[in-house]
Design a protein. Structure first.
Length: 134
């Protein structure tokens, strides 16, 4: 992640790395009650997950928006079984947008939420991970 996103202000420019914005988005997304985790969406993230390395920004992509001072966010998540997926996606968008805009001053142009998986309670390892998260 090496994209630099500028915010021009009267006093000068503020430059954000994609990593900083992805961390904010990842934390905000997982604070949503129905989201278990952001989900790896590429091979490098998948290998890190297998090795047990946790990274809140995995599964989060931040792109410059069409207008200056705006960004677009792509989030890949796994949701806890039993939650209304539409409600979870709306809550993710709201929480991430609020966190990014209040912390950075950038405007969020788009948030695409990809629900890549459901974490159920039928698998012992899934249940252990749910218990560990609580």
């Amino acid at each position: 992640m090496s994209v630099i996103i500028p915010l021009h202000t009267p006093g000068g420019s503020i430059l954000y790395t994609e990593t900083v914005l992805a961390n904010i988005a990842g934390i905000a997304a997982t604070e949503n009650g129905g989201v278990f985790e952001t989900n790896p969406n590429n091979l490098g993230d998948s290998i890190s997950k297998i090795l047990g390395k946790t990274d809140i920004k995995r599964g989060v992509e931040v792109l410059e928006g069409k207008q200056e001072g705006t960004i677009r966010i792509m989030l890949h998540v796994r949701v806890v079984y039993g939650n209304n997926l539409l409600t979870v996606a709306k809550n993710i968008r709201s929480g991430v947008c609020s966190a990014i805009e209040s912390m950075s001053g950038l405007k969020v142009e788009e948030i695409a939420v990809y629900i890549d998986g459901i974490l159920g309670t039928e698998s012992g390892s899934d249940q252990a991970r749910l218990d560990k998260k609580d």
